[in-house]
Ligand binder design. Structure first.
Ligand code: FES
Ligand SMILES: [Fe+2]
Length: 384
């Protein structure tokens, strides 16, 4: 059996039988190639926060599945996803990260210039050679926005993002992440770990009491974490937080729903995990560089009625990120073992089982799993 067949076999197991994936799933370059082909080139992938691309000319550029791409706000206010490789000889046009262009997107090599919509506008020093401008537009991709977060799909036949996230919004009415109009980009780091380990670690709350004993556990303890709802497509988990006095009143006014003292953790495979609590939506995004190396980015959207972006907050975040990085790299070292293997996933790792089923649907032909709702789902759905 190939590693991919092993992954499928693991993914098909019901929760009670679910196990860790074979270690080779986290080290084998053939698995990563299949993931790029069937997941990162086919599915909706988180790219940036809408606040980073608010004004005409604002862009965010990154490499997605080896494809240099940009998300660009044009003068008509539309957000577009375009290829970031020049149609002349393929140079990467814009530097990675957030930035701004003035009138045109100009290639640094021979200065071919494109409009913010991706149309070829100007070709310097060309009199004799006919260049059909319509044949030389920047390649376009599907773009979608969900609660102030921008997603791109590189597949020509992409179906809308809203369908991909169908059903999720009704659990999030109370927290209103769509109203968080402030943003702060966090860090971009390189972790020596497979992208799936970074994702699995970000989505489960089982490890908080041990890995984050002096950080996250003091705020959102493992024992108070619970599953809300999920499937192979997305998962919501939650947990009680140790209430920050005064903050709830500041953010939500007079109404004191008990659930305001909880967080919701949103897992959107392949590459987004975010936590919504007290008027902020902090996120982590994991992109494979190679089978053993992952680019991890973080950031936050928030409402200025809530979160104060003070040093204490960012020091706290830095501290638990370092704890996660160290643990993910340590697990990756374990993945090189050929003689040992992983074991059972426990109740608190149901979200990891969902993620494995996501992998099984994309890498094989397993059908999407049906939405499972745990007891807390009713509370969240009826919270408003
Ligand atoms: S490669 Fe871009 S202008 Fe020549
Ligand atoms: Fe963690």
């Amino acid at each position: 059996m190939t590693t991919i067949q092993h992954i499928q076999e693991a993914a098909i197991q019901p929760l009670e039988q679910a196990k860790s994936l074979p270690f080779a799933a986290y080290t084998d370059p053939a698995v990563l190639s299949a993931e790029i082909e069937h997941i990162f080139l086919k599915d909706w992938v988180f790219v940036c926060m809408e606040g980073e691309v608010r004004e005409p000319g604002d862009y965010f550029a990154m490499t997605l599945a080896s494809e240099p791409i940009m998300v660009m706000r044009s003068d008509d206010g539309e957000l577009r996803a375009l290829s970031n490789t020049c149609r002349h000889r393929g140079t990467v046009i814009l530097d990675e990260g957030a930035g701004q262009v003035d009138r045109y997107i100009t290639c640094p090599y021979h200065a071919w210039a494109y409009t913010k919509e991706g149309a070829l506008k100007a070709i310097p020093y060309n009199k004799l050679i006919a260049v059909d401008r319509s044949e030389h537009q920047l390649v376009k991709y599907a773009v979608g926005i969900w609660n102030g977060l921008v997603f791109v799909n590189l597949d020509r036949n992409a179906t809308p993002l809203s369908g991909r996230l169908a059903g999720i919004n009704k659990y999030l009415q109370l927290m209103q992440p769509g109203t968080f109009d402030q943003h702060s980009p966090g860090e971009t780091e390189v972790w020596q770990t497979n992208w799936k380990l970074a994702m699995e670690n970000a989505m489960e709350s089982y490890h908080l009491f041990k890995v984050h004993e002096n950080t996250l556990e003091t705020y959102s303890p493992t024992r108070d974490a619970y599953y809300i709802a999920g499937s192979s497509e997305w998962t919501l988990t939650g947990g009680a937080t140790k209430r920050k006095r005064g903050l709830i009143e500041k953010i939500f006014g007079g109404s004191h729903n008990e659930l305001y003292d909880h967080y919701v953790l949103v897992s959107l495979p392949p590459s987004f995990v975010g936590i919504i609590s007290y008027g902020s939506f902090g996120w982590l995004s994991a992109h494979p560089i190679d089978a053993n190396t992952t680019q991890v980015r973080s950031g936050t959207t928030y409402t200025d009625r809530g979160l104060d972006e003070n040093d204490e907050t960012s020091e706290f975040t830095k501290a638990f990120f370092q704890e996660d990085k160290d643990m993910c790299e340590r697990v990756q070292t374990g993945m090189s073992s050929k003689l040992s293997k992983g074991g059972k996933l426990v109740d608190m790792e149901r979200v990891v089982v969902d993620f494995h089923q996501f992998l099984g649907t994309r890498l094989g032909d397993l059908p999407q799993t049906a939405l499972f709702e745990d007891e807390a789902a009713a509370l969240w759905k009826n919270a408003t």
